[in-house]
Design a protein around this ligand. Structure first.
Ligand code: G1P
Length: 298
């Protein structure tokens, strides 16, 4: 394995308990909640696949078997659809299995995002890799991951994605203090803080759920003490890497200005479904006028 080969591995943490969506998530992983007609997680795996990340490692936990089933083949269902000549449904069923090679590992203790990423250490080895958080969906028409991979290759360190948010929203995110890099479209990260109070936030640049990391992050994570919420935070490990010297140090950020949908809480989840459904050719033309009437009638 060489360190400078193009990023091909993606890690998708999916061990969260989904308590915000109880009781829907009592017996079903939150990643399987449908966004229009496909589980949220499938958008994320499809995004990874589109960026050339064909080796996906999902970090799962208890009651997550439905995830494995979803990305597996269902020969009997496929045979029935084929016999009926329902090629469109067959295509949609097979789509999920054609996205790449998916591996699973369990995070035994829910010790936070940093700990979940550390569970990928052995699978990833000594290569740069991507991390995609399942709560964030990036519109497929807007490029982000492939740009981040290019920046990682150019800078040799780690790369995060940030987005401008209203200052009062910053406490829901990791927050980055950045400075411009001459002649480049990306910025240098000077510091990071996980979910700061509004008055302590160094900027209104929120960390969004896409990372391309140098494997040195694993060493740092092993030493990272529990931070906000008593959890081992990826943000804290990246803060350490940003200030470190030597190979694999340094963090840069790509400022994303495209469309992001958050499925992490009930309100934003509903907004994500409505936004995506309105864009769909098969649903938008009927949904949008209905929505307008519905809103006008309230
Ligand atoms: C995680 C990260 C946070 C980041 C966010 C993006 O938080 O810890 O830094 O801003 O994802 O969605 P979570 O939303 O899992 O609490």
């Amino acid at each position: 394995m060489t360190e400078n080969r193009r990023v091909i591995k993606a890690v998708i943490p999916a061990a969260g308990l989904g308590t915000r969506f109880l009781p829907a998530t009592k017996a079903m992983p939150k990643e399987m909640l449908p966004v229009v007609d496909q589980p949220a997680i499938q958008y994320v795996v499809a995004e990874a696949s589109k960026a050339g990340l064909t080796d996906v490692l999902m970090i799962t936990g208890r009651s997550k078997r439905a995830l494995e089933d979803h990305f597996d083949r269902v020969p009997s269902m496929e045979a029935t659809l084929e016999a009926k000549g329902d090629t469109e449904k067959l295509r949609r069923v097979q789509e999920a299995t054609d996205l790449g090679e998916i591996h699973y590992i369990r995070q035994r203790d829910p010790k936070g995002l940093g700990h979940a990423v550390l569970c990928a250490k052995q699978h990833v080895g000594n290569e740069a890799f991507a991390v995609l958080l399942g709560d964030d969906l990036i519109d497929e028409r807007d490029e982000l991951l492939s740009i981040m991979i290019d920046v990682q290759e150019k800078t040799g360190g780690s790369v995060i994605a940030v987005m401008e948010v209203e200052p009062e929203q910053i406490s829901a995110y990791g927050c980055a203090d950045v400075s411009a890099v001459d002649g480049e479209g990306y910025v240098k990260v000077n510091g990071l803080v996980e979910k700061p109070a509004v008055e302590d936030a160094p900027s209104n640049l929120a960390v969004i759920g896409r990372y391309v990391l140098h494997p040195r992050v694993f060493e740092i994570l092993e030493e990272t003490q529990p931070g906000r919420g008593g959890e081992i935070q990826l943000t804290d490990a990246l803060e350490t890497l940003a200030a470190a010297d030597g190979p694999g140090s340094g963090v840069h950020a790509v400022v994303f200005r495209g469309r992001r949908y958050d499925t992490g809480d009930k309100l934003s989840y509903l907004q994500a479904i409505i936004s995506l459904a309105c864009e769909r050719e098969d649903l938008g033309p009927d949904l949008l006028p209905w929505l307008k009437d519905f809103v006008a009638g309230r």
